[in-house]
Design a binder for this molecule. Structure first.
Ligand code: HEC
Length: 201
């Protein structure tokens, strides 16, 4: 528990620019991390009573890192123009390895970072994450329990959040804002699973 407190403290400093780190609440601790995968235990911090999504608080302290995507600049010499880090709520990866499915209530967070690129001792063109642009959030809903809500469907809740406002999405319709781009991943429940070592058995 003491270790968790230390990690939360460090994360709060690291996320100070993100606007959602100062508000740790009861439950944002190891008890949550140890809870079994269920809609209540995971999605509760990412969905409000009306079904609106938000960026879960303190996800960096409790979520598992699934993988990172490097989005190359048009000119290779410029390295990566963005890097995308994907995180999953506790227990999601283990459940996926066991069943080949994302469990109900699983939350996925994709951070979108702008980069800085320059020479390092490892190589002449090295990019690192610099400025957070915002987050994509998805919440697993296998039963499609939000009919009529345009940000839920195809087994997920879907929303984008600008870095300045992790509590309120700017998305209005997942079919227009998200779905077309995720068609190549349709067979794997709309998720680009090939990018995530933690999901491989
Ligand atoms: C321009 C195309 C595009 C759009 C628009 C888009 N996505 Fe994605 N999304 C991708 C691709 C490609 C990946 C994986 C590779 C990457 O990050 O470049 C991804 C990854 C993700 C991930 C990480 C899990 C996964 O599927 O691998 C989440 C979460 C996500 N997107 C949510 C959303 C949501 C929510 C929306 C709409 C608000 C959305 N995306 C719109 C192309 C898109």
């Amino acid at each position: 528990m003491r270790l968790v407190t230390v990690i939360l403290g460090i994360t709060a400093i690291g996320l100070a620019g993100c606007g959602n780190a100062s508000s740790s609440r009861p439950g944002d601790t190891a008890e949550v991390a140890a809870a079994p995968a269920s809609f209540a235990s995971h999605s509760a911090d990412a969905v409000d009573a009306t079904g609106a999504l938000r960026v879960p608080r303190d996800y960096r302290a409790t979520y598992e890192h699934l993988g990172t995507w490097s989005i190359g600049a048009d000119a290779p010499a410029q390295g990566a123009k963005e890097m995308h880090d994907v995180w999953a709520s506790p227990g999601t990866a283990a459940a996926y390895r066991r069943t080949g499915q994302f469990p109900d209530g699983a939350v996925l967070v994709k951070e979108v970072f702008e980069t800085a690129t320059g020479p390092q001792t490892t190589a002449p063109i090295v990019s690192h994450e610099e400025t957070l642009k915002g987050w994509f959030v998805m919440v697993r809903d296998r039963g499609n329990t939000h009919p009529g809500n345009k940000l839920w469907g195809d087994g997920w809740g879907w929303s984008w959040f600008d870095a300045a406002n992790p509590m309120k999405t700017t998305s209005t319709d997942y079919e227009a804002d998200c779905k077309g781009c995720h068609v190549p991943a349709q067979k794997t429940d709309w998720i680009y699973v090939q990018g995530y070592p933690a999901l491989k058995r």
